[in-house]
Design a protein around this ligand. Structure first.
Ligand SMILES: NC(=O)c1ccc[n+]([C@@H]2O[C@H](COP(=O)([O-])OP(=O)(O)OC[C@H]3O[C@@H](n4cnc5c(N)ncnc54)[C@H](OP(=O)(O)O)[C@@H]3O)[C@@H](O)[C@H]2O)c1
Length: 330
């Protein structure tokens, strides 16, 4: 009998992608130097879009979704990776046009893979995944812009989500005062335990205000976009900066130029999918060093791959808290 493995597989059905749990054999694995026994993947906002068919995330079918993957090398023709080593990959269009992580076995190019960062195991690497990596990129962008020196509050929007919660914990670890913006007041205790020093009702930031408001924030990490990003920009203090990475609340930006030209505020775009390897290695090393692991563990829910299709709509509905790790062997 052929050696089979389980995967979530997206196929074209009646003109649109349909994802189901299937049993596959090695013959369908894509080309690549490294074959992996996958341990964990994760659920990101983009994965929610792919699994529910709501966004145009899946650009090639058939395909295994899941933008993050971590596992053990099963076979390798690359001198960089040996059987038995633990490795991972995030982004790179995995789960979009290349096979992603919702599978017990995969094959991919060695250039996309990294060894685990010191201090992180396979599960915690996926507890971070694209969301945690992106949070680190946002924080580093603020540091490089010199925006974390003012002593003012740093606002994080969508604080209850994956990117937001890791950003709260990272900024707190850097000694920043963190204002966590959330639509879920019931998350207060958890956000405070991550290091938030105050909570902001997300409805407050979603309201249209003056083009320049009172100076409230030294810096910001925005995962929401839309009016929320416009409001945060208008309330950012002289020479502050806002790292924008998300659109959980909208893709438009109904802002004016006043924060930029009258206060020198910087809007920093953050993109994680095609980040160069050097930037990845630096950010992941920093994540392993800076993030208190007990905070990450307290923000992680593990979901078996067999139940992922049921859970996927929750991330789009803003119902998941922190990060969701996917156990592909359960
Ligand atoms: N640029 C990149 O490379 C990159 C990488 C990763 C993620 N992203 C983007 O960043 C965003 C967050 O990703 P994630 O994985 O952290 O998702 P997530 O876990 O779902 O977090 C998003 C959070 O945003 C808030 N939210 C949800 N719907 C909202 C709405 N309609 N209005 C205002 N706030 C809302 C919720 O937080 P509260 O309940 O606390 O308010 C939710 O938990 C997504 O848009 C994602 O596509 C971009």
């Amino acid at each position: 009998m052929a050696d089979t493995f389980r995967a979530l597989y997206a196929e074209q059905a009646e003109g649109r992608p349909r994802v189901s749990l299937v049993s596959l054999t090695d013959e369908v694995l894509p080309p690549g130097e490294v074959t992996l026994d996958v341990a964990y993947s994760s659920l990101n906002y983009k994965d929610g879009l792919a699994l529910t068919g709501k966004g145009k995330v899946l650009r090639k079918l058939p395909l295994v979704p899941g933008i993050d993957v971590a596992g053990t090398v099963r076979a390798s023709t690359s001198p960089r990776f040996r059987p038995g080593e633990q490795v991972f990959a995030t982004g790179w269009n995995l789960g979009e046009s290349l096979w992603g992580g919702y599978t017990q076995r995969t094959r991919l190019g060695a250039a996309l893979l990294q060894h685990l960062a010191p201090g992180l195991d396979l599960k915690r690497t996926m507890a971070l995944g694209t969301a945690g990596f992106t949070a680190m990129l946002c924080v580093q962008a603020l540091e490089e812009a010199g925006a974390l020196k003012s002593g003012r509050d740093v606002v994080v929007t969508g604080a209850g989500g994956g990117v937001g919660s890791v950003a709260v914990a990272l900024l707190a670890a850097l000694g920043q005062k963190v204002a966590a913006s959330t639509g879920r007041p019931e998350l207060r205790d958890w956000l405070t335990s991550l290091g938030a020093t105050s909570l902001v009702d997300r409805a407050e930031l979603a309201q249209k205000g003056p083009p320049l408001g009172a100076e409230r924030w030294g810096a910001g990490v925005d995962t929401v976009g839309g009016q929320t990003l416009a409001t945060v920009l208008s309330q950012t203090a002289y020479y502050g900066a806002v790292a924008a990475c998300g659109l959980a609340g909208g893709a438009d930006l109904p802002a004016s130029v006043f924060p930029f030209i009258l206060r020198g505020v910087k809007l920093l775009g953050v993109e994680s999918v095609l980040a160069p390897m050097e930037q990845r290695e630096r950010a992941w090393k920093r994540l392993g060093e800076l993030l208190p692991m007990e905070k990450l563990d307290a923000s992680t829910t593990v979901v078996p791959m067999t139940r992922l299709l049921e859970v996927a709509p929750d991330i789009l509905a803003g119902k998941t808290r922190g990060r969701v790790v996917v156990d592909v062997n359960a």
